[in-house]
Write a protein that binds this ligand. Sequence first.
Ligand code: ATP
Length: 445
Amino acid sequence: MTAETPEKSAEEGLSSSGGAGTSGTRFDLERETELRFEVETGERVQLELFSGMAEVFGSELNRNKKYTFGPGSKIAVFTWHGCTVALSGKTEVAYVSKDTPMMLYLNTHAALEQMRRQAEKDNERGPRVMVVGPTDVGKTTLCRVLLNCAVRLGRRPTLVELDVGQSSISVPGTMAALCIERPADVEEGFSVQAPLVFHFGSTTPGTNIKLYNKLTSSLAEVFSQRCEVNRKASVGGCIINTCGWVKGSGYQALVHCASAFQVDVVLVLDQERLYNELKRDLPHFVRVVLLPKSGGVVERSKDCRRESRDEKIREYFYGFRGTSFYPHAFDVRFSDVRIYKIGAPSIPDSCLPLGMSQDDTQLKLVPVSPGRDLTHHVLSVSSVEDESEVGAGQSRGILESPVCGFIVVTAVDTQAQVMTVLSPAPRPLPRHTLLIMDIRFIDLK
Ligand SMILES: Nc1ncnc2c1ncn2[C@@H]1O[C@H](COP(=O)(O)OP(=O)(O)OP(=O)(O)O)[C@@H](O)[C@H]1O
């Protein structure tokens, strides 16, 4: 699609916001402004840069290339020096804003880069940054901007993803780390090659906060080990994306994360209360910075979040926009696998065996006998060696082993004692220890 319909200036674009789907609308953006748009459900929108320079969340746009955004995408095209872009397709809203915090975000990046330079000089480690704030304040977007800025300067920062509801690295229900080697693709985001992924199993940390904190520590440990042997990773530092749960145990989990990763900087988006609490509770050498949220960040409904989780799982099996991968379906005999759930249901303290605490039950591996209720569940394939025995001591090994992939149970035949699974690779499964998630995926499309 090209800009064949009437051309509009930014001001006209403003007046066209509010929905009546526009096609081929041209926007002349002044310096330091951004064009924000949302794609209507069931639609696609194409973006093209005609002149000047512009970026989407820190990834530069190429001129005269058409970028396509799928249903529900919420995008901001920012320009430092002015540009002309066009949108074609049905947008729910499209408007230009002069009021953007990008300058503050860039200043934050400049300060982090200064810390990296200093680290290089002094043979120290680079900044470890934690981004926090309530839901829908643009945490993920800020992480992306900061990582893009760093990698564009030749740095190799690590993205640590602790948001188990909306992971930007792997499927929901996981906690992961990814070394960033190139800027995010404008449409697809960061290229996910060789991430380190741990199984959490649900979309809210509150379902098993003990496990959540444990895995945060495991990620921190692996990251620190990598920094010891890889100078670039050490200088690049890390940007940690967290969950929007910032009260009670959620808050404690943030404090735990700050200590596990030994963070130097905490960026608090849009909540003064959280900012003050962290200033009070973190050691004085941690720099806690309050940043405003962008007016463009869009609140997402529960349904919208569920859809984007489903989309993420679909993407894992079928690739971006469902076109690049061809998953396999095959039968797995019950006797060939061992399936566990992490965490036993909590029972009153008075009923626990002598010397055992609730904490122990949260980290316990509970064997699951396959039945029909397993249908549609996502299972993580643990990388733990098949031969290892699961005794009281070894369960730790499974909890703290990364996963090597995911499968979805599509059918269970209890008579034949087999289950049919959807898998990214052909049979056989690479390992036979499976961890069940609370998350289900129904392969409808
Ligand atoms: N300036 C902007 N203009 C338009 N859309 C934006 C802008 N910044 C962010 N968004 C969009 O707003 C949505 C929410 O942003 P983001 O995912 O960064 O928030 P979050 O705080 O990480 O959310 P949560 O932690 O609750 O999942 C995303 O779809 C993102 O693309």
